[in-house]
Design a protein. Structure first.
Lengths: 183, 145
C-alpha cells in the first residue's frame, strides 16, 4: 500500500515536471520562465524526497529553487525581460540539436539498471557495507551521508569547496565592482 | 522597495528565523539531513532577502565586501587547516582520529570543523555573487563613472 502510494506520487510529480518543462519551453516572457524553473527545482526536490534522498532533496530545494531563481532574476534585471524572436530556420536547427541530444540521453538511460535493482555495484560493492555499517562504530554519527561526505570522502568535499571558492572569485573578477585602474 | 511596509515588517520577523534555521541545519547535519552546503545557502538566502527588501547599500553595511572575501576564502582555510592540523598531530591529511583523545571524538570534531568551513565558504560565495549581480545593474542605470 505504502509503496503504491509512493509510486503514484512519483508518477504525478514526474508528469508535473514534464508539464513545467514544456511550459518553460513555450514561454516568451523570461520572468515567468525564471519563476517556473524555480517550480521545476521544487518538483525535482519532491521527487528526490519520494526516493528517500533527503540530503539531495534539501540541496535541490535550497539551491535550485532558492538561490538559482534569485540569480536568474538578477541576470534578467541586467538584460531584458523578453526572449528575442528568432527565424523559423533557427528554431528548426535548435529543435534538431535538442532532439538529437535528448535521444542520446534517453539511449544512455537504457544502459542504467532498473530502480531498486539489488545486484548493481551500488548494492554489492564491499565499500558500501563498510560505509553503512562501520560508520556507526568508527564515527558515531547516525547520518551516514554526513560521515561519507565529511570523513570518508573528505578529499572530494575539499575539492567541492574549492570549486565554490573558485566560482565566487571568478564572478568577482568578471563582474566585480572593485576599483579599476583607468588606462 | 523601502516603502512596502508589509514586506519590511514580515521580512524583519522572518529573517532571524531563517538565519537560526541555517545554524540548526549547520550543526545538526550529523543527526539529520543537511550540512554545510545547505546551511550556507539558507544563511545566504536570509541575507539576500534582507538585500531585496532594504536595498544593497544597507546590506553592504551589514556585510561589507571585505567580509564577503574573508568568508569565501576563510571557509577553504578552515577546511584545509583542519587537514593540516591532523598532519601536525601525527595523522594523515584530513584523518580526524588524531584530533582528540578518542578517535570517535576526533571524528566528531573534525566533521564539525570541516562542515563549518563548507558553510562559511558557501555563505560567502552566494552572498558575494548576488551582491555583484545586484550592484552591476544599479551601476549601469546610474550616471557614467
Amino acid at each position: 500500500m505504502d509503496d503504491l502510494m509512493i509510486e503514484a506520487l512519483t508518477l504525478v510529480l514526474l508528469t508535473l515536471l514534464a508539464v513545467t518543462g514544456l511550459a518553460i519551453a513555450r514561454l516568451r516572457n523570461l520572468f515567468a520562465a525564471a519563476m517556473l524553473t524555480g517550480l521545476f527545482s521544487l518538483l525535482s526536490a519532491s521527487v528526490f524526497m519520494a526516493l528517500d534522498a533527503v540530503d539531495v532533496a534539501f540541496t535541490e530545494a535550497s539551491v535550485g529553487a532558492g538561490i538559482t531563481t534569485v540569480l536568474m532574476l538578477g541576470a534578467l534585471a541586467l538584460t531584458r525581460g523578453r526572449e528575442k524572436t528568432v527565424t523559423k530556420m533557427r528554431t528548426a536547427q535548435a529543435l534538431l540539436v535538442t532532439g538529437v541530444t535528448g535521444a542520446a540521453l534517453v539511449y544512455a538511460t537504457l544502459d542504467m539498471p532498473h530502480f531498486g535493482q539489488p545486484d548493481t555495484p551500488v548494492h554489492t560493492h564491499p565499500v558500501r557495507a563498510h560505509y553503512l555499517e562501520a560508520s556507526e562504530k568508527e564515527i558515531h554519527i547516525p547520518n551516514a551521508v554526513t560521515s561519507v561526505l565529511a570523513s570518508y570522502r573528505g578529499y572530494d568535499t575539499l575539492g567541492e569547496v574549492t570549486v565554490i571558492f573558485t566560482a565566487g572569485i571568478g564572478v568577482f573578477v568578471l563582474l566585480g565592482t572593485a576599483r579599476r585602474r583607468r588606462r | 522597495m523601502t516603502e512596502h511596509t508589509i514586506l519590511r515588517v514580515v521580512a524583519k520577523l522572518t529573517i532571524p528565523f531563517i538565519l537560526l534555521f541555517a545554524l540548526y541545519v549547520q550543526f545538526h547535519g550529523e543527526y539529520g539531513p543537511g550540512g554545510g552546503f545547505q546551511a550556507g545557502v539558507i544563511f545566504a538566502a536570509g541575507i539576500i532577502l534582507y538585500t531585496l527588501i532594504f536595498g544593497l547599500d544597507e546590506a553592504r553595511r551589514v556585510i561589507p565586501p571585505w567580509a564577503v572575501r574573508a568568508l569565501i576564502s576563510g571557509g577553504v582555510l578552515i577546511y584545509a587547516g583542519t587537514g593540516v592540523a591532523c598532519m601536525l598531530l601525527g595523522g594523515d591529511f584530513l584523518d580526524y582520529n588524531v584530533l582528540a583523545h578518542k578517535p570517535a571524538h576526533g571524528q566528531h570534531l573534525g566533521i564539525i570543523l570541516v562542515e563549518l568551513g563548507v558553510g562559511v565558504t558557501v555563505t560567502g560565495g552566494m552572498i558575494g555573487i548576488f551582491f555583484v549581480f545586484a550592484g552591476r545593474g544599479r551601476r549601469r542605470e546610474g550616471t557614467v563613472e
